[in-house]
Design a protein around this ligand. Structure first.
Ligand code: VG1
Ligand code: CO
Length: 543
């Protein structure tokens, strides 16, 4: 066995998006050296990596096994000191973040395309995390992309063909120790330190009934261990708990569209007290109560409002943040509690500095992402446990908690409409057009409401001073509604236009979100000339 330097030709499309490098699986699988080039580009911009520790794993999707071995070979080829690998190559995204922090690793590679479907015709991806446990910040992803475009060689170690990544323990590969670990243990211990497991155990012992749908992603083994073994939830609470390379043909994205069956059972038919689901790599969560869907924006606001119910947060929350298109429900809680408040661009990487500096303790996004300073990723099972904690502490139902919240703060009806596989030029044209007319649009009237403010969201990180522009267009109307639009940075086919719709009110709190937002949706379609530009009459996905 030896370390070799291999000549390669650079690719110009290895630009990380909102969350890692994401492409069709076949691009990763078929283009020569595609994985090696990217991993080497990352290591080249990280400075001296000899002797450093890295964490490696993924959601077990198609091609992950091969990508894992190839990533490991490049890490060993660069003489890193230690690679901590999840057994069978599995590691959820928040668990990697946890382990990077606990083991003081330099960073991590996560082999996942997150909520995107998998399989040979689906998507694959590589997320890159840094020493704080969070996603690589913009400044680093820019350098990774630049480096990948000029890369002419990578270093690689030959892996022994019998290297067994299912067996726990250590193996030496040249200068590198490969340590295969149980991917669940550290993470479960961490959660047990944040929440009152005894109280949640009593809840289950009292006959509380829930379902957790892992959607054949990576969270199955985590949820089984935490919910069924540590917390005593009945066997079978965890559904679709075995990770599968193609997610059983499902879209591993927990939302109203892709979890229709669970929503029917719990929200429409009211057959369980509580239900939750997570995405492929375990960083997203959906929360359902008997008869009610909790919008991620409301979920974040409720957790912030009632953080004192959880031992890990009692008296400790001083600041909160949300991404720009997330509803303003959190803002109202922040004001009432006098929390510091920040509004960031879409993508978890923008929360990292604020969390590191202790300026915020809780944060979230409308895209089913909620988290805190316990790691530097959004964390699906953490959110599920936080809700279980609230239910155990209060003895109330999910619906009662949410209704009381709305009575106190008013309600922000929120919905996101996605238009997928659009012609990228037409989509870019729409944004450019509107961007050029922002000032002229102010004061115009759309379906009965006056547009009072139009802006192109830009952000300056208050700590690093790093600036990013053109993060989305925002329109505020005089009926207390908002429309935000931006293009997705995680899609792999054509362009995806996201229209974020919201409206605030204090009356008729039980009105249906579709009904309240219908005029806002019509206004958004008119403003964007959806039908004329794209020939579409309605969205592909509504969440
Ligand atoms: C989407 C979401 C964003 C989230 C990102 C990664 O990005 O909108 O809020 O942070 O996915 O989530 P975009 O650019 O497609 O809108 V995950 O679970 O894929 O890491
Ligand atoms: Co994800």
């Amino acid at each position: 066995m030896a370390i070799r330097t291999v000549a390669t030709t650079p690719y110009d499309d290895q630009k990380p998006g909102t969350s890692g490098l994401r492409k069709k699986t076949r691009i990763f699988a078929e283009r020569p050296h595609y994985v090696e080039n990217f991993v080497q580009a990352v290591l080249d911009v990280m400075g001296e990596v000899r002797g450093a520790t890295f964490v490696l794993g993924g959601d077990g999707r198609h091609f992950a096994d091969e990508a894992l071995r190839r990533t490991l070979a490049v890490l060993a080829g660069n003489r890193v000191g230690r690679v901590i690998v999840g057994a069978r190559g599995l590691f959820s995204t928040p668990a990697v973040s946890c382990v990077i922090r606990r083991r003081r690793a330099r960073g991590g590679f996560l082999l996942t395309a997150s909520h995107n479907p998998g399989g040979p015709d689906g998507d694959f991806g590589i997320k890159v995390n840094v020493a704080n446990g969070g996603p690589a910040p913009e400044s680093l992803t820019r350098r990774i992309h630049a480096r990948s475009r000029e890369l002419r060689r990578y270093h690689v170690a030959d892996l022994p063909p019998d290297l067994d990544l299912a067996r726990l323990g250590e193996v030496r590969l040249e200068a590198t120790v490969v340590e295969v670990v149980d991917p669940v243990a550290d993470y479960a211990d961490m959660l047990e330190g944040l929440f009152d497991f005894a109280a949640i155990r009593r809840l289950f012992a009292g006959g509380f009934r829930m379902a957790f749908d892992a959607l054949h992603g990576v969270t199955g083994p985590y949820a089984r261990h935490i919910l069924e073994e540590r917390l005593g939830a009945p066997a079978g609470t965890v559904r679709r708990g075995d990770p599968r390379p193609d997610f059983g043909g499902l879209h591993p994205d927990p939302n109203l569209t892709w979890c229709r069956g669970l929503v029917q059972e719990v929200v429409a038919e009211g057959r369980l007290d509580f239900a939750a689901a997570c995405d492929g790599d375990g960083d997203r969560n959906m929360i359902l109560g008997r008869g009610i869907f909790v919008s991620p924006c409301d979920s974040l606001a409720v957790l912030a409002d009632r953080a004192d119910d959880a031992p890990g947060y009692r008296g400790r929350v001083r600041g909160v943040a949300r991404s720009m298109p997330t509803s303003r429900a959190l803002d109202r809680v922040a004001q009432a509690h006098r929390f510091a408040f920040f509004e960031t661009p879409t993508g978890w990487k923008f929360f990292g500095d604020l969390l590191d500096a202790g300026l915020i303790q809780l944060c979230g996004e409308e895209s089913f992402g909620t988290g805190s300073d316990h790691v530097r990723e959004k964390d699906g099972l953490w959110a599920v446990l936080f809700w279980l904690q609230l239910l155990a502490a209060s003895g109330e139902s999910v619906a009662a908690i949410l209704h009381r919240h709305w009575q106190r703060y008013g309600r922000d009806w929120f919905s996101r409409h996605d238009y997928e596989r659009l012609d990228p030029e037409a989509a870019a044209g729409l944004l450019a057009d509107l961007r050029g007319r922002l000032a002229a649009l102010e004061g115009t009237v759309w379906h009965g409401a006056r547009l009072v403010q139009a802006e192109d969201f830009a952000y300056r990180d208050p700590l690093s001073g790093e600036e990013v522009a053109h993060q989305g267009l925002r329109f505020r109307f005089d009926d207390d509604s908002r429309i935000t639009l931006r293009l997705s940075g995680t899609g792999t086919e054509g362009a995806t236009l996201r229209l974020y719709l919201e409206r605030y009110g204090r009356e008729g709190l039980m009105r249906d979100v579709g009904e309240v937002l219908a005029p806002v949706a019509a206004r958004a379609r008119a403003l964007c000339e959806i039908e004329r530009r794209f020939g579409r009459r309605g969205p592909d996905v509504v969440t």
